[in-house]
Design a protein around this ligand. Sequence first.
Ligand code: SAM
Ligand code: SF4
Length: 335
Amino acid sequence: MTAPLIDPFQRAIEYLRVSVTDRCDFRCVYCMAEHMTFLPKKELLSLEELDRLCSKFIDLGVRKLRITGGEPLVRREIMTFFNAMGRHLETGALDELTVTTNGSQLARFADQLYAAGVRRINVSLDTLDEQKFADVTRWGRLPQVLKGIDAAQKAGLRIKINAVALKGFNEEELPRMTEWCAERGMDLTWIEVMPMGDLGNEDRLDQYWSLKDVRRAYESHYTVSDLAERTGGPARYVRLEETQQKIGFITPLSHNFCESCNRVRVTCTGEIYMCLGQEDMADLRAPLRAHPGDDGPLEDAIRAAIALKPKGHDFDYSRQRADGQMSRHMSHTGG
Ligand code: SAM
Ligand code: SF4
């Protein structure tokens, strides 16, 4: 038996989020600048390297794998990778293979994702208003995403909608979005906007809609009861008694969830980030590339990185500006 990955604070690392590309067909205002310079292809892990890397993590005890980006479904031949990861579901080594997507390519790929073993997906959608959707995603078009959601449900995929809570933007859409999700049997999670990236942070502070206030908005429409469910991540859940819907709140800024953190992130260039809110990272691409036939050095590098996983992060809007503010974009670490 290989020893599992346990960090210095006795947290077992069982959840890996991997970004497979830095590219995207949208340019969400809180995530990317309109004109982005993307990485040259040789910087990215190849699909074979991604397979080796993820398989090693699974060998070391990772039970849940989430594929993200950029937009993961715009990476060329990405289904080859999903099919390759499907083999770990078949052996029982992996409990869950999942994806976070903007939904634009789902009409094309929903059936193939299901065939690869994916059963649940997260679709990011902040508004049901076509014009607002175009405004917030810059390049995205709502009908295409709605078609993708239809295709995914038809394929048998369970969907959770992730909406970034933005004051004065989707505030008044809360009941409509909630009802829409209820009608379609989809869970809904609100995410607090994070001070990522290097542009427009002032705007983001203005648009900061505390999830405490989102919860209050729910309480004025529904009977809200807390659920004990924890996922080891930043999400907390409530149930709406009237619709029996589960609503999630991801509050990376106003709550400290780090004590139960069971996850690490790997970027599309093979950097491992031990904490979303810290700059500490380690390079896994070098040991992968230097030893094509031997995963020993890769395993050593992974273990060395986990040994450095910090206790917690340092986002804090109350200190305004610079403190704890990250300079990298969400699309780099995949959210
Ligand atoms: N492109 C895919 C998508 O949009 O679902 C996957 C990658 S995206 C970076 C992952 C998640 O991060 C999305 O739900 C997005 O809304 C969220 N996100 C991006 N920038 C954010 C920010 N500044 N604050 C909070 N969430 C953010
Ligand atoms: Fe693309 Fe997702 Fe970032 Fe929007 S949030 S720009 S869809 S990576």
